[in-house]
Design a protein around this ligand. Sequence first.
Ligand SMILES: [Zn+2]
Length: 411
Amino acid sequence: MSLLLLKNIGQLIQVENQGRPYKRGSEMADFPILRNCWLTIKNGRIQEIGAENSAPPTSTNSIDVQGATLMPTYVDSHSHLVYASNRQDEFAMRLAGLSYEEIAARGGGIINSAKKLRAYSEEALFADAQKRLAELIQMGTGAIEIKSGYGLDMESELKILRVARRLAKESKVEIKTTFLGAHALPPEFKNDKEGYLSLLINDMLPAIAAENLADYIDVFCEENYFSLEESLRIISAGKEYGLEAKVHVNQFNSLGAVPAMVNRGALSLDHLEVMTEADIESICESNTIACLLPGCSHFLEIPYAPAKELIAKNAIIALATDFNPGSSPNGNMNSVLSLACVKMKISAAEAFTASTLNGASAMGLSAELGSIEVGKLASLMILKQGYTLESIPYHFGHNLIETVILKGEIQ
Ligand SMILES: [Zn+2]
């Protein structure tokens, strides 16, 4: 593949040369920028980064970005992108004043999503998810983690994970998959939780491993869903198949999952809206990534995770969309960045590090993505003229991205 030159770069943001897997605490605001420079791409990877004010090499294949800002693409480390159909009807009920209990009684919630998904063909599920992914790419997403959890039976959970694997094959986005069979208890096991846990551990997990469909294991550890003890059983079972843990914890209640999962070496703990002092201490002293989901807090009108305190106490923070049809029907990382700045009161630089390098770390991808570094994948976005990083949280709701390049190819 020929060389591609990007020249007249006004600002090149998040340039690194130390191969850091993540930045923690105050390092997150340490934000290297090169001005008036150039960059070359070969075979989908960053080949060379020109020094400030240096002359670019001659190349027939070049893009003059005319002083625009260039940044690495977003890494969305928590999503439920593969789902069967939206839940706008439930949203309308909520706006009409119905409570969550009333909406659930009318068939709402995760179980509603599972019912719809089971009836969907793999082909239709793929077509819908592919459309969603195409939209996300134009909003700067270059990598995304996708969870199962809307199937809740063997066939449907496998169906979701196969769709996610196929999306990875057919796009330039880096995709990692997570088995979240323990998202909710399916109706057919309403009075037999042990039966479902046995199906999940003894049947689903081996089948998923046999087809190599998952990279990670997840559980919704929450009151009325899965207890801490059940969650630990599930992640231990996943570990036997080489699946590291990325776990939904502390969304509504602190069940002690943070220290317990940190002690078991979880890669990331996600949500963290409700945190005790002990929870904060344990994650801040560990290498487990705190993956925060402000879109979910906004949409459900629940508290935001204490990002500022976590950063002050030296945690590794990632930001992700939690894109799903129930609690966060938004896959736009630009708006996540904006919410993090406005609602969690962190800086644009901290939010961007959390949305790129630290997100990549939460997907085991920081050697490939998350910063602009020689040898990494050339997944970059060029902003529209006159805008820079700080413009993104400021112009909330706008798309300031002119061009997205994934693995060296314009999208
Ligand atoms: Zn989630």
